[in-house]
Design a protein around this ligand. Sequence first.
Ligand code: C5P
Length: 323
Amino acid sequence: MYLRKAESRRTVEAPAKLNLYLEVLGRRNDGYHELETLMVPVRLYDTLSLVPTQPGRDGVPATGRAGRRVSAGAIHLHIRPAHFLAEGRQPDLPPMGEQNLVVRALESLRRQSGCQHGARIELVKRIPTAAGLGGASSDAAAVLRLANQAWGLDWSDDRLTELAAEVGSDVPFFLKHGAAVCRGRGERVEPVAGAFPLHFVIVKPPIGLNTRDVYHAHDQTPAATVGKDADRLEALLRALRRGKLTELGCWMGNRLQSAAAVLSPWIEQARAAFAKLDFLAHQLSGSGSAYFGLCRHASHARRLATILRTRQLGLVYITRSCR
Ligand code: C5P
């Protein structure tokens, strides 16, 4: 996570993620599901900037630009889309108020640290919401890093990670750098060394999916719980380290895909369209609704994205893995 500073404004790019592998190992007593997943960050970024405000001072900017504004106590968040859709529509933006993960993360950090400062945050959204691309979690992780510096807290990575796990299962992953195997709810992160650069095409259907609904649908399906397939993950990691793309494609998979397909017809439409093209592998990311394919190289990704753009499946992104 590369942090830029100009006067009191700190800015950071928050990447999206793709799940190359996701296995649900079982349902837990706390209602969550025990997971084993391999996630890679990709070069599709939201931009967050934070200006710290003094205790007792408002600090709400008086601009009238397009977007949405949330004010929760000392935290003022302005969200705007990076671009408008072709039809001039505004893309879906994250929920507002206390439901917003950026606000929740900062409120938790203030509460737990006893910090009296506030913050003005500008969030430029490029990562689609309700897509399984981790946008909200990445934004939350980014803003925790920014505030940790801007408020002079100097919390260690471990302490920040503990708080991040309370904010959301995927947030700790975004505090680390690069690909990682995540276990537990997703909050136990084990970085993967030496991951090879990967090229992808992502399609985001017009309708998103709610994570909770997808897990619920998964619980209703007969093959809801499968065993831990350590060999498969090991084989995948070996292929990833060695840059064996075809092999990597063979071991990819996402246990939540069939549940997501029950909830949204877009998933099957995307699958069918990807299956007609020469992707090395293709699948749902996280709980969806974004669907992605693994490509051989950048020009392969550009060629397949051009074809998919004619299929009216939703927004099409070309991207690659990043650190
Ligand atoms: O942790 P997070 O707030 O991102 O999770 C959103 C929802 O997704 C949870 O309320 C839960 O229903 C579901 N979930 C789950 N098991 C996980 C992660 C998320 O059941 N490991």
